[in-house]
Write a protein that binds this ligand. Sequence first.
Ligand code: SAH
Length: 264
Amino acid sequence: MGKVWFVGAGPGDPDLITVKGRALIQQAGAILYAGSLVSAAALRWAPAGCEIGDSKGMTLPEISDWLKTRAAQHATVVRLQTGDPTLYGSLLELVQPLDAAGIALEVVPGVSSALAAAAAAVESLTLPEVTQTVILTRVEGRTPMPSGEALADLAAHHTTLCLFLSITLLQRVREALLAAGWSDDSPVLVVQKASWPGQQRIVRGSLADIRERCRAEQIHEQAMIIVSPTLGARHWPELRHSKLYDPTFRHRYRGGPPPREVQP
Ligand code: SAH
């Protein structure tokens, strides 16, 4: 009986898969990848004779049956998921049937699109004395939000917000943030196909005009929305520096007494 590996493929650039994920692909007997969001190029490391399937159009029971039958035939079966498998990826719906069948499995993390989008735009999701918190969430669509997680409630914290699965709902994003006290000129970043070679697009705007800008660019899928008080800080004349690099903040690596906290 083989093992099923849920592997984060990263956001699209095949070079952004982890070394461990790539090694698993190289030894896989069967790989099932998750539709259009995982670049087929990520499969360039699959060995000759490896069975490769696309789960696009398959139901969850069909996917878990596919994984179960392949695990009976191969030592290594890979389920390749976009970004990181623990975010919006139906991970546990697939894990439960494998558990019930007594099939061993492991999860290998991947670079989430939220992080790839920030990197693409040279933005920092946290900044000292601006915000030290990132909320990964989505706007309510077909999947209802649990109570207390309406975007207006989360946005009231005025932290960085990374919004998945919400690019067609920018009007709702604006309404929720205005209700939470953000102003219409708050900067908004949208990155479509972050890290995809030759296909990445970055759109910047404000709460008031980002919807129009995305419409003009015909961006209505595969896009990350980031709203944050840190956006644009690359160009701020005065940036508060992290305490870790403060010359007065001596710590043991620089010959001073150990700090109470070594994180930046
Ligand atoms: N597990 C994935 C998210 C899957 S949900 C991750 O960690 O990234 C699918 C949503 O992710 C899309 O609607 C979009 O909001 C976002 N997404 C996935 N890949 C993306 C990419 N390359 N660029 C921008 N957004 C992306």
